[in-house]
Design a binder for this molecule. Structure first.
Ligand code: FMN
Length: 196
């Protein structure tokens, strides 16, 4: 089965993860707040809204440097140029210790809203799982029932960057996905041909 990509919302098909950012260009607070407002409207189990975010900007260079120091070395190569980092966390249990088993799922929904909003305002962004979560929890006094999960680097796009060639090539490469026929099943598991 083929499906025309232009039948899905352009916000969805134009989203991509980028590693290039204008280093010294701040993002206005109004735009930053719009990213979180988009996250706010994500669906969640029993409307528990388990997403939590920590925002790091150049207004607080020490905190931004601390967040950068948690990133894996490979991520720091490019993410240290982003003027904004967002640490995304999930409230995995309530104050009584009752776990929320949908927390990471719902955080993912909120994060996708956030990424789409970032891109819709023409900023570049890239989510990263590669960072030291224990270190971040310690550095930023994150309570035990809140799980740090993803860091999102955000900044204005830059046309020319001095990043290594392989990164620059990656920025231009078409995004790739598995064919739908290999993962959408019809009626029962194993029946993959949507046309029959
Ligand atoms: C949970 C998660 C963790 C990720 N971790 C990293 C990471 O540590 N470093 C990185 O460069 N990209 C990371 N990415 C970005 C993915 O590599 C990227 O989303 C994927 O290649 C698809 O590309 P696209 O977002 O442009 O469609 C992560 C994405 C997600 C959702």
């Amino acid at each position: 089965m083929t499906f025309h990509i232009n039948k899905i919302s352009s916000i969805i098909y134009n989203r991509r993860s980028s590693k290039t950012f204008k280093e010294n260009q701040d993002i206005p607070m109004e735009d930053l707040l719009s990213f979180f407002e988009a996250a706010r409207w994500a669906p969640s189990a029993r409307n528990r809204q388990p997403w939590r975010y920590l925002l790091f900007t150049k207004q607080s260079p020490e905190a931004l440097a601390s967040m950068r120091s948690c990133l894996d070395e490979k991520n720091q190569e490019w993410a240290n140029k982003a003027p904004v980092l967002i640490l995304s966390c999930a409230e995995i249990a309530d104050d009584q210790g009752t776990p929320n088993r949908s927390a990471l799922h719902d955080l993912g929904l909120a994060n996708e809203n956030l990424l789409l909003q970032i891109r819709s305002l023409n900023y570049n962004c890239r989510p990263m799982g590669g960072f030291d979560k224990e270190k971040a929890a310690l550095l930023f006094n994150i309570p035990k029932n809140i799980q740090p999960f993803l860091v999102i680097a955000v900044g204005l796009p830059i046309r020319y960057s001095n990043l290594p060639d392989d990164i620059q090539e990656m920025e231009r490469r078409p995004r790739e996905r598995n064919e739908m026929q290999t993962w959408v099943h019809l009626d029962q598991w194993g029946k993959l041909d949507l046309q029959n």
